[in-house]
Design a protein around this ligand. Structure first.
Ligand code: NIG
Ligand code: FE
Length: 409
């Protein structure tokens, strides 16, 4: 059936035209092909033969994970054990672990195997209610392996029952051993050759760089940011995860769409983000796993910086694939309200990926929809670590997943 209607006691549209969360009570949502044809009160809904009443199960837009490093192979369990016993993430990295450990696994892998691992991960994300995922490269580090990783991301995106994928070229993540003695030449090559090539071959929509005290400098990231702009790609930046070196100000001056992490950011940096309309991507799984204090969320909120919540899914700092878990920690550890966490994983996340037709339920929008096995949207952040979805629809297609037995909570 290409036209079908879903009824529920509570439909959370996240449509700003309907107010904060845009809740429709006793609502109906009509899906026609890949698009939403109607959302509103049952009394005004068009008559559709294929109608399913979901009763007290709440309906929301599909979740959007706007920051992941989900394309990887290998396991960093030993490093995790060391860190949990008090070891320092950056000390592990300096000793050749961390990003470089995953780099070795990715560099020696075939594109097909990387794609298969990512596709499996994406499939599991979909069962958690995630319908769009941003996936970064950044473990290839050398040109050929970065392009292989981006090709693997494109290949995985073509699988069945996976979320829509937005690929990002994480151009500067760590300096590979092969470039140790040629740092400036490495950055020049990335900015001057690789970014334009990635754009030409349409391998990514965004460029990212890790701007931090033990990562890449403001000047290095600026070169890559300018190259992204010249190539017509959007920009998102890892800033202030460990130290504030002015990354937020850089993101603002380069017209980045998002500044991600922000555990360390000054009042001036926050002001710059607000003025330039750069959204903040909050990554609670990373700061919790690193046992860091949260970013200055109250100040970001007060300045009017849009808040996005993402998983940061990666084999080191954010050992989870679950955006709902990140939302739960955004509430528990960062003090977001459940409403802010939901908007940060739907409407704001869509905006931060340049996807105006997603993250909200309205006529004409893409039919990315979750029917939760939960009675209220506030409950999404409460049951930690389980999939509480009943039905997940991605681009109008219902995926074969979700809970089949309702527990009512
Ligand atoms: O977002 N900050 C750098 N990148 C990742 C960590 C990647 C890794 O440890 O593999 C992050 O936390
Ligand atoms: Fe990250």
């Amino acid at each position: 059936v290409s036209v079908r209607a879903l009824g529920a006691r509570r439909i959370v549209t996240c449509d700003p035209a309907r107010g904060a969360l845009g809740v429709v009570e006793d609502g109906v949502l009509v899906v026609d092909g890949a698009r939403i044809a109607y959302v509103g009160p049952r009394s005004q809904a068009p008559q559709v033969e294929a109608f399913v009443d979901f009763g007290t199960r709440v309906i929301t837009p599909g979740l959007i994970d706007a920051h992941t490093h989900a394309c990887w192979l290998g396991s960093r369990h030993a490093e995790y054990a060391i860190r949990m016993a008090g070891g320092d993430y950056r000390a592990v990295a300096r000793a050749g672990g961390g990003i470089l450990a995953t780099h070795r696994a990715v560099a020696s892998a075939r594109e097909e195997d990387l794609a298969a691992a990512l596709a499996a991960r994406l499939g599991r994300m979909a069962t958690l209610g995630v319908t769009t995922v941003e996936v970064k490269s950044g473990y290839g580090l050398e040109a050929a392996h970065e392009k292989k990783q981006l090709a693997a991301i494109a290949r995985a995106a073509g699988h069945r029952d996976v979320p829509a994928v937005v690929p990002t070229f994480l151009a500067l993540h760590a300096l590979p051993d092969s470039a140790r003695a040629h740092r400036a030449a490495y950055v020049d090559r990335v900015a001057g050759e690789l970014v334009p090539e990635v754009a030409r071959e349409r391998l990514a929509r965004f460029v990212d760089a890790y701007v931090d005290a033990e990562a890449f400098t403001i000047e290095e990231a600026r070169a890559v940011g300018n190259a992204a702009r010249a190539a017509g790609l959007g920009l998102r930046l890892h800033v202030g995860q460990f130290a504030d070196i002015g990354g937020a100000e850089l993101a603002a001056s380069l017209g980045a769409v998002t500044a991600d992490h922000l555990e360390h950011v000054s009042p001036g940096g926050i002001e710059a983000l607000a003025t330039a309309r750069v959204a903040a991507v909050l990554l609670p799984m990373a700061s919790v796993s690193l046992r860091q204090p949260p970013p200055p969320v109250a100040a970001l909120r007060a300045a009017g910086v849009p808040l996005i919540v993402a998983s940061d899914a990666n084999p080191g700092t954010a050992p989870t694939e679950s955006l709902p878990l990140a939302m739960a920690f955004a509430v528990h550890a960062y003090g977001l309200t459940p409403e802010e966490a939901l908007l940060g994983a739907t409407r704001n996340a869509a905006h931060g990926l340049g996807l105006g037709d997603r993250g909200l339920l309205r006529e004409g929008a893409r039919a990315d929809v979750v029917v939760w096995d939960l009675p209220h949207e506030q409950a999404i952040v409460q049951p930690w670590g389980v999939a509480k979805t009943h039905t997940v629809i991605i681009g109008g297609r219902e995926i074969a997943a979700g809970a089949s037995v309702s527990t009512g909570n």
